[in-house]
Design a protein. Structure first.
Length: 421
């Protein structure tokens, strides 16, 4: 059996296992089985286990308690085991309340009928139009906006200017490439650009497919392998071969390099403005962080929506009120922004001074969010398996294990198989 067949079989097994476990859990438990104390709300999040985020999350929970009189029962799973633990708990039939998720997982939970339709409870008039680009699967809104933004390109502006680089040329792919070569020629110890190239984080490659005019999944059809996606993969392979990007780079590694000023360009979420300064010896690093439009053939800039919403395991009054408070209450949104770095989602919060007067976030919304698009792999019944299939195909092309054409062909076949279920 060849490696391609092995990989497809593994992906198919993972997808079937996740869906099967969730379906078994949802089929075996009734509303009566999902019992809990009448004076508590269950809130499941990996954030309660993290030192940096737990304080702010508990402060937001206090707002809920003050408003409703109910206490919050914290449910904690580590991020790297989160979905599996969520599956096991759903199978146990005793999960209620609200759950903080990465939107990549939502289609699996929705397909298994574990989470509730929130269309009746989301007042879209409270949110900017970009919110509609996330939170739904198969035409149904399952997610309440909690924090949503986009992944974009962050630069150290003064560092680039000291190297004689004008970031206004970045709109053009050729101009961006020339800038990377100039960085390398000026200082061989620098990594010119540090996108996530590790196989576990190659969702960062998707906006580059768009930048070259390609697509991954359009109108119900898998389109990976079209001319634009091939050009994008060939481009990244050239950057890798020429030492302009680095193989195996993950987000934390890129952040470390940027904080140490060993790279001046990398991809991140807007939380970067809170994550980078504590890692840097430069006390002024935050003021040097600037946002640029992603280079693209059409000059429009293309970025990937980043979303971590809340979903509901039941539709009780307490659960619906919790969704409303965490999503729309100004106090909880300000707490999440100031304590977690999470951008707010409602129009009222976005226009509030505590957010609107933050120059970095204002620039981020204007440059990055305005040109952001939904991850097309969220439309697959098991989004996380689809993402893995995509990422493994791209990695093959970057490693040169197979040609870019063959890598994309195998990726397309794997995605089509997952789409068929």
């Amino acid at each position: 059996m060849n490696s391609t067949t092995d990989r497809r079989g593994f992906l198919r097994t993972c997808a079937a296992g996740a869906a099967g476990a969730l379906l078994a859990g949802s089929a075996s438990c009734s509303t009566a089985d999902r019992s809990g104390a009448d004076d508590t709300l269950s809130f499941t999040s990996w954030g309660f286990a993290e030192t940096r985020s737990s304080t702010a999350m508990r402060e937001a929970c206090e707002v809920y308690t003050e408003t409703t009189g109910l206490t919050v029962d914290e449910r904690v799973y580590p991020y790297d085991k989160y979905l599996n633990q969520l599956v096991l708990s759903a199978r146990g039939g005793r999960m209620t309340g609200i759950v903080h998720i990465d939107e990549e997982w939502m289609s699996a939970l929705a397909t298994a009928e574990v989470i509730k339709d929130l269309n009746p409870h989301v007042d879209t008039a409270l949110y900017p139009r970009v919110i509609d680009k996330a939170g739904s699967y198969d035409g149904v809104r399952y997610a309440m906006p909690w924090t949503q933004s986009a992944l974009g390109i962050v630069t150290n502006g003064p560092m680039l200017r000291d190297l004689g680089i004008d970031t206004s040329t970045f709109d053009d792919i050729d101009g961006f490439t020339r800038a990377l070569r100039r960085i390398k020629d000026s200082d061989g110890s620098l990594i010119p650009y540090a996108p996530c190239s590790a196989v576990t984080q190659l969702k960062d490659f998707i906006p580059w497919i768009w930048a070259f005019g390609g697509t991954v999944y359009e109108s119900g059809e898998v389109t990976l392998g079209d001319p634009g996606s091939k050009d994008a993969l060939d481009y990244w392979k050239m950057l890798l071969d020429d030492g302009l990007i680095q193989a195996g780079m993950d987000r934390e590694g890129a952040r470390t390099l940027f904080a140490q000023q060993r790279t001046a360009i990398y991809d991140d979420a807007p939380q970067a403005i809170g994550v980078i300064p504590p890692q840097s010896s430069d006390p002024d690093i935050a003021s040097k962080m600037e946002v640029v439009r992603r280079p693209a053939r059409d000059g429009e800039g293309h970025n990937l929506i980043w979303s971590q919403p809340l979903v509901a395991l039941d539709d009780s009054e307490a659960t619906v009120e919790a969704l409303r408070i965490f999503s729309t209450d100004l106090r909880t949104q300000q707490i999440a922004f100031e304590g977690l770095g999470n951008p707010p989602t409602t129009i009222e919060a976005i226009e509030s001074p505590w957010f609107a007067e933050d120059s970095f976030h204002e620039q981020w919304n204007r440059v990055v969010v305005a040109s952001a698009r939904r991850n097309p792999l969220w439309d697959f019944p098991i989004g996380s398996s689809a993402q893995r299939a995509h990422d493994e195909a791209i990695e093959q092309g970057l490693r040169g294990t197979v040609s870019s054409t063959q890598a994309l062909k195998e990726g397309k076949e794997a995605l089509m198989e997952l789409l068929r279920g």
